[in-house]
Design a protein around this ligand. Sequence first.
Ligand code: ADP
Ligand code: ZN
Length: 735
Amino acid sequence: MELDLGDALVVVSVLLPIPALCPYSYGVPQGMAVAPGDFVQVPLGPRKVAAVVWGDSPDEDDAKPVDPKKLRAIIQKFDCPPLPEEMRRFVDWLAHYTVSAPGMVLRSVLRAPDALDPESPMEGLRYLGGEPERLTDARRRVLELLHEQEGMAWTRSGLAHAAGTSSSVIDGLIKQGLFETVTIPAAPVVPVPMLEERQIILTGEQAEAAQKLVEVVKKGEFSCALLDGITGSGKTEVYFEAVAAALEKNHQVMILLPEIALTASFLERFEERFGVPPAQWHSGIAPRMREKVWRQVATGQVRVVAGARSALFLPFKELGLIVVDEEHDGAYKQEDRVFYNARDMAVVRASLGKFPCILSSATPSIESRVNAEAGRYAHIKLVERHGDAVLPKLSTIDMRANPPERGKFLSPVLTKAMGEAVERGEQALLFLNRRGYAPLTLCRVCGFRFECHNCSAWLVEHRFRGQLQCHHCGHSEPTPEACTNCGTLDHLVACGPGVERLAEEVDETFPDARIIVLSSDMMGGVSRLRLELDAIAKGEADIIIGTQLVAKGHNFPLMTCVGVVDSDLGLANGDPRAAERTFQLLSQVTGRAGRAGGESIGLLQTYAPDHLVIQAIASGDREAFYEREIALRQSAGLPPFARLVSLIISGEDKRQVETHARELKLTAPKSSDVHLLGPAEAPMALIRGRHRHRLLVHAPRHLDIQAYLRNWMEKAPKERGSIRVQIDVDPQSFL
Ligand code: ADP
Ligand code: ZN
């Protein structure tokens, strides 16, 4: 494109979805007017890419200065609402906090490139009056409908469908000249929610909580509230009132859910309350639909989005409330390219947009509890279960005193309780966070253990599929008959239980029971899972065996007995969050019981019944758990009382990785406040064929850790060959 390089040349800075450190300068062709936030198409090398005008003046944005002779021009401006200023600031903020390139954050905004062009209107038909020459039954039905709905514009197939005929009947009528063609604007992906659709009567405690949230929404300033209520206390019903209040103020609402593909029940409940479902946003949505949702969020047609963490990057026109459901959930942490926690970024998004944010959980994260106790967040508690529902009675089973039979994994104490529940026509749930049949396979003759070639991980046997699988890289191989090391036939043994093996044991013990196994790698995917969850809720199964999938938010009215097969799993590793995570997971799992009234029990199989976490869960004293865990974090100088940053150095060659990690450490700025731990081989020393070393940065809260890290990275050795350095601020995982 020719650029007029006269005095009138306007140069703007444009942010591109690439890993550059700053926006680039582009010229604005004559006759085009652009403003910050506009979506534009620009040349980049031989390519054309969608990007966003970031600022009026490249100088202010620290854009890379460019030789006027090399300056290239914007190709086109998209006919699309501009990215609001608060979103642009959000992109910059997130990039700054996570020490990543703003363009890589922008990439998340540009996830639906075709949505930048307006939706094409549909061709429609409007009845002009008159009758066809010949009247058949089908034609008569169509005409009756047209008279009934006078003045309405129809699509060809819509009209055929409504009249119960084929499209060819409509074509016949078109030929007779009974219609004019009109354009119908693209249909909204979801209708507008109805505020008064259903009003349940909130209990006293719920009404009080809802009232507080509604007031916050009405005020319309930034604030954050922690809705901290036990499972089944009605948190969802309570925050729906805040959603209604925001909608009433003509604001859009975003509800973040950790596992959206599975939350059919959430969508139904939303629909019960508001008459229509929310728009959905997650990786499982088909591209055409994603474009529509993106576009209609930008135009303001869509009022409520329920989505996964990536919904944070939707270009809302007038967002006025964010709800983060199950705010403690680890699924909110993105650990790929840009490492961020969607829960924390939701709070940032709200503060930049100057509107409230609600974090909801039955087992809040330590971070959120600390913020609430310090008064930074409003702390809204719900302490009663709704209606007749009472929390299950919890107790531990000491596996040393009540061991299972040889080769089995369930204590007689647990099977007895399960049997009694099934006998009464109720349901039992067994929880084990291990997919497959057995976590380890070894050869009885030579002791060889089957390990993944790409990862530091055992291969997990999936007997149903006849495969050994790596749960880290997805590698799988058929289960061999002979040991691949010594060649002996039929001497491989499975060590330890996975859900498949547990199902085998349950089947032997309860031959008449109907058993369902729920695991994220189940064949049939999400749709099958939904069917199974429905079947369970309807009482079409007696015993359910599941991984952590079953812990999340489902309502199983008949569930009265929950057994945790291995409560100790997860407590033993060196992760500072192990206690918190185990507490959250086991509380959520046992919380599945007793949601419809009547007595229910939760039994925890453990070899360490005196462990403080196990004690805290069994005693049901969650406040004591938080108090102790918070005190522990404080005295140990762990987050949220200090900051941690994890640097993962990875590459294909082990020696190079080691060397790079050591050199990286040497370039770290000296600071008496900052402590560097490592580099050391990461606990998962090999993933997908990449060797990994880790450096942990520990700093006091008040330190500007981002400035420290940026300063460091400027001096750090360049990433050479396959070597990569990933920065994870506030790491969740220490593997
Ligand atoms: P939580 O999110 O705290 O686990 P939910 O909001 O899912 O709790 O509520 C648990 C169950 O109780 C749901 O089926 C919900 O519809 C029902 N429920 C909660 N409060 C009320 C109420 N005031 N009236 C009728 N049903 C309620
Ligand atoms: Zn692997």
